[in-house]
Each structure stands twice: as structure tokens, then as C-alpha cells.
Ligand binder design. Structure first.
Ligand code: ADP
Ligand code: ADP
Length: 233
């Protein structure tokens, strides 16, 4: 079963008189344990792709499947439950809860998913991202790189089928960006995660197994085994 499948997905915003076709007949299938970068100019549909693929928005036409389960046509309640149990999110601005400690932030998705707040698992995740000694800190007491590593632990703690990362290195310095990309890479290599990452950065894209290019809402080709040089061309 593919980890993610979009079949002939259209997303049209705006009005009937003035439609904006954000996605136009997009069909993709991503294998479990793959790391895919989504690239394209501003306005090419990257965010819309992520929103539709992650069940945060419904396509206008076409079908979306995550791990074989169809998201299209599901109720908002069902989608929220599905996201909590099967999908991990990483954002450019980290989106940690400022009033909670790092430990509480990482364990939160387990509680939201109705799972036991598993101390061993949470601690193991924090160790894996190098934050074992920062568990009691608030996000504001961490560097940007540390906050994003906490966000990755948070995304992984429920063992989701797919992790969607939206410009995860956009707010980070070069060194922190590499650490974060390395963590995403090893979640694919060692945990068998599937990662879908929107990025502008050719270096970030070079950590992926393949790059899917979007242009005007359409798939404009893919590049396997990307390097920073080949992506930039
Ligand atoms: P990207 O992430 O690549 O910058 P987006 O997916 O944000 O592209 O946008 C794709 C197109 O859809 C753009 O033309 C954008 O203006 C339009 N768009 C995105 N979201 C909305 C919305 N909520 N309402 C109307 N148009 C939108
Ligand atoms: P709800 O707001 O319906 O309770 P959640 O807060 O459970 O949904 O969100 C489910 C997942 O989707 C969370 O990981 C959350 O961070 C993410 N999410 C929520 N809103 C957005 C958004 N606008 N864009 C991207 N991800 C989002």
C-alpha cells in the first residue's frame, strides 16, 4: 500500500466567475519509507498540496489516500481523529505550545490521540533528538534548532504513517537546519517513516530521495536522488 496517494486531485479556490486552480489534476503515489521534497515557485500549489494530502482541506475533485485509507469525503471529525492518530506535522515556526514544557509538548499528541501518555516513549523520542537534558524547559528557553527538534519528537511520538513538514528549516541557521534534516532522514532510514517536505532550499531537498516539482498547480516532473546542484538547475 502506498503511504500517500493522490488521484487526479483538483483544488479550486475563489468563485465560479473567478476560479483559482491551485491544484490541477495532480496524481502521485509515495511508497512507505520514502522521503519526498515538494518544490516550486511561490503560488505553485505547495501549501495546497500539503493541506489536501494531510486531510486539512478537501480537494474539489479527485481522491486522497493515506496508508490506504481514503480521506476524501470524510467528515471533519473523522479527519481530525485520523490526523491525530496517523499523521505528524512539522511547521516552519515550530508551533510548540509556549506554556508547556518540552516534555509536555512532545507527549501532547499521544493524549490528543487518546493514547497513554507514555513516559518511556516520550523520553526516548527526546533523547533521539538530543533534548534529554531540556525536557523541563519551555520553548522560549530553547534555540530555534532545539525547538524544531522538539517539534520533530512531537511529530514522531505517535508513530504516524506520514510526516508532513512545511518549510521545516525556513527559520533555522545552516547548522540547525542540517541537524533537523538529518533527523528527518534518519526517521525514514531507521523508523521507516514516510516524510513529505515542502522546501525552497536545494540543500534541504538534497536530503530527500526524490523531488516533486509543482508549477501552476500541476506536477512538473520529479528528480530522483537529488543533489543541491541538480535541484538548483
Ligand atoms: P504555494 O504554497 O506554492 O505558494 P499555494 O498552495 O499557497 O502555493 O497557492 C496556490 C494558489 O492558490 C495561489 O494562486 C494562491 O493565491 C491560491 N490560494 C491558496 N489558498 C487560497 C485561498 N484560501 N483562497 C483563494 N486562493 C488561494
Ligand atoms: P483541530 O483544530 O481540528 O482540533 P488539531 O489541532 O488536532 O485539529 O490539528 C491536527 C493536526 O493538524 C495538528 O498536528 C495540527 O498542528 C495540524 N494543523 C492544524 N491546523 C493546521 C493548519 N492550518 N495548517 C497546517 N497544519 C495544521
Amino acid at each position: 500500500i502506498e503511504a500517500l496517494r493522490l488521484e487526479s486531485v483538483d483544488k479550486v479556490y475563489g468563485t465560479e466567475d473567478n476560479p483559482v486552480r491551485a491544484l490541477d489534476s495532480v496524481t502521485v503515489g509515495l511508497a512507505p519509507g520514502s522521503f519526498t521534497a515538494i518544490m516550486g515557485p511561490s503560488g505553485s500549489g505547495k501549501s495546497t498540496f500539503l493541506q489536501c494530502a494531510a486531510g486539512l482541506d478537501q480537494p474539489t475533485r479527485g481522491r486522497v489516500f493515506v496508508d490506504g485509507a481514503e480521506l476524501t469525503g470524510e467528515s471533519e471529525t473523522a479527519l481530525t481523529k485520523f490526523r491525530r492518530q496517523r499523521i505528524g506535522f512539522v511547521f516552519q515556526q515550530f508551533n510548540l505550545m509556549p506554556t508547556l514544557t518540552v516534555y509536555q509538548n512532545v507527549t501532547l499528541p499521544l493524549r490528543m490521540a487518546g493514547k497513554r501518555s507514555d513516559r518511556d516513549r516520550t523520553t526516548a523520542m527526546l533523547r533521539q533528538v538530543g533534548l534529554a537534558d531540556r525536557m523541563g524547559h519551555r520553548p522560549s528557553e530553547l534555540s530555534g534548532g532545539q525547538q524544531q527538534r522538539a517539534a520533530i519528537a512531537r511529530a514522531l511520538v505517535t508513530d504516524p504513517r506520514v510526516i508532513f513538514a512545511d518549510e521545516p528549516t525556513g527559520a533555522l541557521d545552516t547548522k540547525s537546519a542540517r541537524d533537523v534534516l538529518q533527523l528527518l532522514r534518519s526517521s525514514v532510514d531507521h523508523l521507516g517513516q514516510t516524510v513529505v517536505m515542502v522546501t525552497h532550499d536545494p540543500v534541504a531537498a538534497s536530503y530527500a530521495d526524490s523531488v516533486m516539482f509543482l508549477a501552476d498547480g500541476r506536477s512538473a516532473g520529479t528528480l530522483d536522488k537529488p543533489t543541491a546542484e541538480t535541484v538548483a538547475e
